[in-house]
Design a protein around this ligand. Structure first.
Ligand code: SAH
Ligand code: SF4
Ligand code: F3S
Length: 456
């Protein structure tokens, strides 16, 4: 008797770290079920797309992929199960399966735990397990029950670094953003459960954790006030106290929740890295208000200064949207000048993209023409790149502690890792993956530091 070959899978991920981490759970779950990675997508018995719908671009990428996989599936005589998960599924819950009938399984980000069961029901015939009699809406999981996938195993690509989800959903109402609609109300994971997960990770050799949530620093606001620790600041301190965890990062915080206790915890905890992603979005108070960001330009400046006073060498990164409906040239230039004032070490810059159902999508009369949005984006990218290079140059001559991630792609025989400020470092040296080694920085670009390991 021969044992049948194990089934193979291919997972393709779009979107943010939350999604990337969800994909680790998805992959871990598939492997627990005895499946193995496929050599490529066309060879896979099960293809999972973990989708994003934050802007139009990721939507389009998925549609292209779905057309491609339709052909592959046909060539395999229908013998391929297609599962689509993630945020886009929530946004298109009413029509996804009708539009793409070769999709077998659709599941929301709150339903990863159940994916295994859905796959068992799937027969590759398409038309969606979501439509199995008696099992309808519940498959999608946002208006319905959502749960953390925290008891699923994860498959991490990097043995010494791990993401830890601490909350899901978002209660903010940023007028451009679809996340609250697709990820639902904010829910915090129990404090003790998070600490236990990090302890397990530490025992497993993890040295760096990144705490994840859509609005990570409002963690705990909705946990019961029973005297036990529950705030984000307390969580930072508890994770800092775990033996073996040398580096703590978190993303994405909202400026409105950067309270004094969080800043103090960052400054006092040795393992919390001197790096913060502080999404600014725009530099004009009028635009910030239209975005419903809840802070003015001045409050953002004050906050950045307050944090810098507590952690003088902190590196800031940010997210910025250009071409928000009604943004004038003068308002755009306020974004540019705020970047120059704060001096971010890096910035993710986006062109405003209208998302169906969001408040800003209704401001159609004020939409900025795409060519103008593009021009503003290119101008802004030039500015933020120049500032990033200048900021990184401050490290030249310094010795930085680098967490080794492996061999660099180039140049040959170099290693790559991350500095405390989360900058990529490419260096000459000899150290195993997972080691933290001193590296003298000899050169800086807007994205990378180059250096040489210091031998003692
Ligand atoms: N919860 C996080 C991340 C949200 S999505 C946060 O609040 O920071 C990541 C970034 O995408 C946002 O910070 C914003 O800059 C950008 N973004 C969100 N919606 C967008 C839209 N409709 N158009 C363009 N950029 C958008
Ligand atoms: Fe979206 Fe705003 Fe929530 Fe971030 S804080 S996920 S931008 S609604
Ligand atoms: Fe995209 Fe969902 Fe993240 S829309 S950015 S994958 S929360």
């Amino acid at each position: 008797m021969t044992t049948p070959d194990p089934q193979s899978y291919h997972v393709l991920t779009f979107g943010c770290q939350m999604n990337a981490h969800d994909s680790e759970r998805i992959t871990g779950m598939l492997e627990q079920r005895g499946m193995v990675p496929a050599a490529d997508q066309a060879d896979a018995d099960v293809v999972v797309f973990n989708t994003c719908t934050i802007r139009e671009k990721p939507d389009q990428k998925l549609y292209d992929q779905l057309q491609r996989v339709k052909g592959t599936k046909r060539r395999r005589g229908g013998n391929q199960v297609i599962a689509v998960g993630g945020c886009l599924v929530e946004a298109h819950r009413d029509n996804l399966l009708a539009e793409f009938p070769w999709v077998d399984v659709a599941f929301g980000p709150g339903r990863i735990r159940d994916l295994g069961n859905y796959l068992e029901l799937a027969d590759g015939e398409g038309a969606g397990v979501g439509h199995v009699p008696g099992e309808s809406e519940g498959f999608y999981g946002i208006a319905d029950e959502r749960s953390f996938a925290s008891e699923l195993p994860t498959r991490r690509d990097r043995p010494h670094q791990a993401w830890v989800q601490i909350s899901m959903g978002c209660n903010m109402k940023c007028s451009y953003c679809i996340v609250p609609a697709v990820r639902g109300k904010e829910v915090s994971r129990p404090f003790a459960e998070i600490v236990e997960e990090v302890e397990r990770l530490a025992a497993d050799g993890v040295r760096e954790v990144t705490l994840l949530g859509q609005n990570v620093n409002s963690y705990g606001n909705h946990l019961p006030r029973d005297g036990s620790p529950r705030t984000f600041a307390e969580l930072l301190r508890a994770v800092d106290a775990i033996e073996g965890i040398d580096r703590i990062r978190y993303t994405s915080p909202h400026p409105a929740h950067m309270q004094g206790d969080v800043i103090a915890a960052m400054a006092e905890c040795a393992a919390v890295m001197p790096q913060l992603h502080l999404p600014m979005q725009a530099g004009s108070t009028r635009v910030l208000k239209a975005m419903r960001r809840t802070y003015s330009r001045e409050r953002f400046v004050d906050l950045a200064a307050k944090i810098r006073a507590a952690i003088p060498d902190i590196s800031y990164s940010t997210d910025i949207i250009v071409g928000f409906p009604g943004e004038t040239e003068a308002e755009f230039l306020e974004t540019v000048s705020l970047c120059e004032e704060i001096r971010f070490d890096g910035a993710f810059t986006f062109i405003y993209s209208a998302r169906t159902g969001t408040e800003a999508a209704a401001m159609e009369a004020d939409f900025i023409p795409p060519a103008e949005q593009q021009r503003r984006l290119e101008h802004l990218i030039d500015v933020v790149r120049g500032i990033a290079e200048e900021r990184h140059t401050r490290h030249v001559g310094q010795v930085q502690e680098v967490l080794v991630e492996g061999a660099a792609r180039r140049p040959a025989h170099h290693l790559r890792g991350r500095s405390p400020h989360n900058v990529k470092v490419v260096f000459e040296g000899d150290a195993p993956e997972g080691a933290i080694v001193p590296v003298r920085i000899v050169h800086a670009t807007s994205e990378t530091l180059l250096g040489r390991q210091v031998t003692t």
